[in-house]
Design a protein around this ligand. Sequence first.
Ligand SMILES: NC(=O)c1ccc[n+]([C@@H]2O[C@H](COP(=O)([O-])OP(=O)(O)OC[C@H]3O[C@@H](n4cnc5c(N)ncnc54)[C@H](OP(=O)(O)O)[C@@H]3O)[C@@H](O)[C@H]2O)c1
Length: 296
Amino acid sequence: MFRRMAIGIVAAATMIPLLASAQSPARPTSGQKVVLITGATSGLGREVAVRLAAGGAHVIAHGRDTSRGREVVDEITKAGKGSARFYAADLSSNADIRRFATAILADYQRLDVLVNNAGIGTVPAEREVTKEGIESRMQVNYLSGVLLTRLLLPRLLSSAPSRVVNVSSLSASPINFDDVMMEQGFSGGRAYGQSKLSQVMFTIDLAAELEGKGVTVNALHPATMMPTGMVLRTGRPARSTIDEGARAVLHLIQDAGVGTGQFYVGETLGRANAQAYDVDARARLKRLSEQLVGIR
Ligand SMILES: NC(=O)c1ccc[n+]([C@@H]2O[C@H](COP(=O)([O-])OP(=O)(O)OC[C@H]3O[C@@H](n4cnc5c(N)ncnc54)[C@H](OP(=O)(O)O)[C@@H]3O)[C@@H](O)[C@H]2O)c1
């Protein structure tokens, strides 16, 4: 797919202090694939960023932690293949996501792949709510991807063929529409699970909406219990490697035969929780999500 992509020209950088500050002057060169990865400061996202750059891509690395963001960019720059810039944005804030997207649209005339990877795991066990009153895992793991994808869609469409990859999980569990903000009987595992299933539901709907427009949308469970930040915080032992997860994400980014609207387990086609295939549940989630992030 890399070779088939048209050539892009990058506009002058727009610096938005603090929220979306690109610390590296790197720009994509003619014909270089541009990939945005959220949560590229740690774990899976970081590994995918480094590997994509090693394959020659320009990586827009996102995260919150500016010093770790700079480290990723430095590592990529020192390796001498590909290039990267870091943007900081807090995905728990819809205002911050909007500023981030505005910066990307101003700085990049091309976007070949968006990987919605950033997330909060099952720890902490306590319920947390964003400033906008949304349960945190639902916001960071799912709603942020909805808003960011919608805002960046014009660039993905004009760069087609392009791809959206949503990093979900097999830990997905059904949404209780009577208590989506999980005010009763909260558990970190259930909050994580409902946010992850929501990503799959979003994937199926968006893929159908974009059918024939050159933008494919897929979700995946990368690997089980990789030794990343969110897993290490649980105190439980790892059961797979970051290498396995990174290969699964790269498969969805690069392989010609992955299709669209699918849920992969590793590099194999899989099946998500039954609620993901319930048309009414997806319509309900879509309405609620658009209301929560303030889009039509
Ligand atoms: N690890 C596994 O075994 C496993 C299994 C299935 C699925 N997954 C999925 O893989 C993805 C990557 O997770 P990981 O395992 O690599 O975990 P990780 O090492 O903890 O990385 C999480 C990333 O998300 C970012 N992030 C968290 N909260 C954020 C916020 N409010 N705003 C912006 N960025 C935020 C972090 O950025 P900062 O550090 O800069 O804050 C970090 O880069 C997640 O979607 C996860 O659900 C992981």
